[in-house]
Design a protein around this ligand. Structure first.
Ligand code: DGT
Ligand code: MG
Length: 374
């Protein structure tokens, strides 16, 4: 055996929620390859396969060193036969044949382009692909009737596929904060999603809103949205109401993984110069009519009752795989049910006012947001 090749890892736990997974890690070449295959599986609605590739990638992200040879992977969990094959190929040849074929396939490219339209999921994209529609411009020429979200998605396609930067997220945070304080003094707003995990860019900006006096948050979203609309900050919005039933025993047990908070999917109009009151983000958007001084940004707003805040915060910070692993750990290792609303130990509702308490209830070491980049 070549010297110096053994990883200094004794054992790695098998659930991503038991591990520290920083944003920057040592195995990007391998995880990029696996992520392509995961994405392709998800776009083909093969969820199980997608999760297997995501778990393998997450394991590699948590390793303290670069993997140089397949022999270093002996004894590590989460690496299925297929993932191992891909990893070996990349380690030996620098590329994986399957990954290359996937990235060059017409179907993968078309599915990515079409699901890149806000309001379009894998099912719709697949139907269009079978009709010969491969790009947003094909779609526009097809004469298909689009819903309101999809029309906005096509209209702002290029901008919405441009990563949102941290300064842009901060600028939007200031606007949302003004809106929230204007309509309900004392309300609190927290940046969630990828930016809370320390990411420098994102596909959208996510915020969680609550109020320390339980009940005061009811009906808050329509007011925030009206304020933002009146100020001209919204290019698109769709608000869904809270459908969560609460009883004396605590919040209702989750029927599915979908949560039921008051939520607003929106597209913000963010000024990129100093004319508006927002801070300078230093970006100029090129349009068919020339440059303009604002850009469209996807923003998600969620309102949670104060008593569910810690669960909502944990559930909305991600990553998606980290969340999935937390729920899997809860069920399989603790016989508990975790959602963005509550944690149940069989019938018993477990209270928590911080993420730390939830990890403790679950018998897990606390993992800070910056280490949840699984
Ligand atoms: P990004 O925006 O692509 O840079 O990355 P993230 O991690 O911010 O991903 P995003 O914005 O899709 O979602 C943020 C987190 O919120 C994600 O980790 C899981 C959670 N989340 C998103 N949508 C839902 C939902 O409908 N229900 C629940 N419970 N959680 C959701
Ligand atoms: Mg996000």
């Amino acid at each position: 055996e070549k010297p110096g090749l053994e990883l200094t890892v004794v054992s790695v736990p098998s659930y991503a929620c038991q591990r520290h997974t920083p944003l920057l890690h040592h195995n990007t070449i391998l995880t990029d390859a696996l992520s392509i295959l995961a994405e392709n599986a998800e776009l083909s609605e093969n969820e199980g396969r997608g999760v297997a590739f995501r778990r393998a990638a997450a394991l590699l992200k948590s390793l303290p060193q670069e993997v140089r040879g397949a022999e270093q992977l002996r004894g590590l969990p989460c690496l299925g036969e297929h993932s191992l094959r891909v990893i070996k190929e990349v380690l030996e040849d620098g590329v994986s044949h399957e990954v290359e074929t996937t990235t060059h396939s017409e179907q993968f490219k078309a599915m990515k382009a079409l699901t890149g339209i806000f309001g379009v999921g894998a099912k719709t994209a697949d139907r269009w692909f079978r009709e010969g529609i491969h790009t947003p411009s094909n779609l526009q020429r097809s004469g298909h009737t689009l819903n309101r979200a999809q029309r906005a998605g096509v209209c702002y396609y290029d901008e919405l596929n441009l990563p949102v930067t941290k300064p842009e997220a901060v600028a939007i945070g200031q606007i949302v904060e003004r809106a929230v304080h204007a309509v309900l003094p004392g309300a609190e707003m927290t940046l969630i999603g990828g930016f809370r995990r320390g990411k420098q860019t994102g596909h959208d900006v996510d915020f969680l809103i609550t109020h320390p006096d339980e009940g005061r948050e009811e009906g808050l979203m329509p007011k925030v949205v009206s304020w933002l609309e009146a100020q001209g900050f919204l290019l698109y919005q769709k608000t869904t109401g809270n459908s969560y039933l609460e009883s004396k025993e605590g919040p209702a047990r989750p029927a599915s993984n979908m949560d039921r908070f008051e939520r607003c999917f929106s597209i913000f109009r963010l000024s990129t110069d100093n004319e508006g009151r927002e801070i300078q983000t230093g970006r100029e958007i090129q349009t068919g009519e020339g440059p303009r001084s604002w850009r469209a940004v996807r923003v998600d707003l969620v309102v949670s009752p104060y008593s569910q805040f810690a669960f909502a915060l944990l559930g909305w910070t991600g990553s998606k795989l980290f969340e999935r692993e937390l729920r899997r750990w809860a069920i399989h290792e603790k016989a508990m049910t975790l959602s963005s609303h509550a944690l149940y130990d069989r019938k018993r509702y477990l209270r928590a006012s911080s993420e730390e308490e939830i990890f403790a209830h679950l018998g897990l070491e606390y993992i800070p947001p910056c280490d949840r980049n699984a």
